[in-house]
Design a protein around this ligand. Structure first.
Ligand code: C2E
Ligand code: MG
Ligand code: MG
Ligand code: MG
Length: 281
């Protein structure tokens, strides 16, 4: 069957899409059980400084589905945002990350790492979000200054005044903010000025092109300059090759994340020594 969608877009609904919809329905039913059945895992991907020393990690959720194996967040986070399961899931992520932060403070003292946690706008707009975050920090004993909340440009665009207020309250607790996937959304530069942001993360789609696409290269150098002049840190996401790493260092980027330094890994597999696997140019 064909269906006319708004304007002059013709959309076909075929067997493939039917299967897709069924798949999503099953996945959604299973997701309701995932927390109770203890199927969610946090993986951690290292972030390194200009000397390739590990300074922190980003927490990335995975779902260990009993039949499907490891389901990536791109497949179930959008579902969870739609049916609001993101609320209990998000609190589980925050709690797990904060417990890990507290453990590292005990083990490593001043060498303790930061943990960056992705937050969705559904979580952010809960009336008790600030109180719950504060409660989690207190309950786990995690140092708020080592917790980084990663927000997206679209989160900032929804009710900007409200978002600003929430961010100010959280940053008063000592929590830091990072703007994820920078350059892919529609954020106004005005937000950068008005919001208590600490870091920009340059999206991996731009990093991918720095060596052979002049437009990507220009976007990346402009972002680095912008961050420097606003006093923000800047992290390059999705760094996969030595050549990209070298280029970024030469253009003034001092923080990196990507497969070159390590894939997201379970805690037990994570190597948090002084030097990440990549060698310096
Ligand atoms: P993100 O926050 O931008 O995370 C970075 C993504 O890039 C991760 O995908 C990571 O595995 C991937 N990545 C890292 N280095 C490289 C690289 O060198 N090359 C390539 N090609 N990819 C790289 P992942 O883990 O599949 O997560 C996808 C997205 O799902 C995240 O994007 C984030 O938006 C969302 N997400 C993950 N965990 C959570 C969570 O706990 N809560 C919420 N709300 N969203 C989450
Ligand atoms: Mg950092
Ligand atoms: Mg992120
Ligand atoms: Mg990102």
């Amino acid at each position: 069957q064909a269906k006319l969608a708004g304007g002059n877009t013709l959309r076909f609904f075929n067997a493939d899409m039917q299967a897709d919809v069924m798949e999503r329905v099953h996945l959604e039913a299973d997701l309701h059980q995932a927390l109770a059945r203890d199927e969610l895992r946090l993986h951690y991907q290292v972030q390194v400084d200009d000397r390739a020393r590990v300074t922190g990690v980003e927490a990335l959720i995975r779902w260990e589905h009993p039949r499907r194996g490891l389901v990536p967040p791109g497949l179930f986070i959008p579902l969870a945002e739609k049916n609001r399961l993101i609320l209990p899931i998000g609190y589980w992520v925050l709690e797990t990350a904060c417990r890990q932060l507290a453990a590292w403070s005990q083990e490593r003292g001043k060498e303790a790492l930061t943990i960056s946690v992705n937050v969705s706008s559904v979580q952010f707009h809960q009336p008790d979000f600030v109180a719950r975050v504060q409660h989690t920090l207190e309950g786990t004993g995690a140092d708020p200054a080592r917790l980084v909340l990663e927000v997206t440009e679209s989160l900032l665009m929804e009710e900007p005044e409200r978002v600003r207020n929430i961010m100010l309250r959280l940053s008063k607790l000592g929590i830091r903010f990072s703007l994820d996937d920078f350059g892919t959304g529609y954020s106004s530069l005005n937000y950068l000025k008005r919001l208590p942001l600490d870091e920009l993360k340059i999206d991996k789609s731009f990093i991918e092109g720095v060596l052979d696409d002049p437009v990507d290269a220009a976007i990346v150098t402009t972002t680095i300059t912008l961050a420097n002049s606003l006093g923000l840190e800047v992290t390059a996401e999705g760094v996969e090759t030595e050549a990209q790493h070298r280029w970024l260092l030469e253009h003034g980027c001092e923080a990196f994340q990507g497969y070159l330094f390590g894939r997201p890994l379970a805690l037990e597999e994570l190597a948090l020594g002084e030097q990440a696997s990549a060698t310096l140019p």
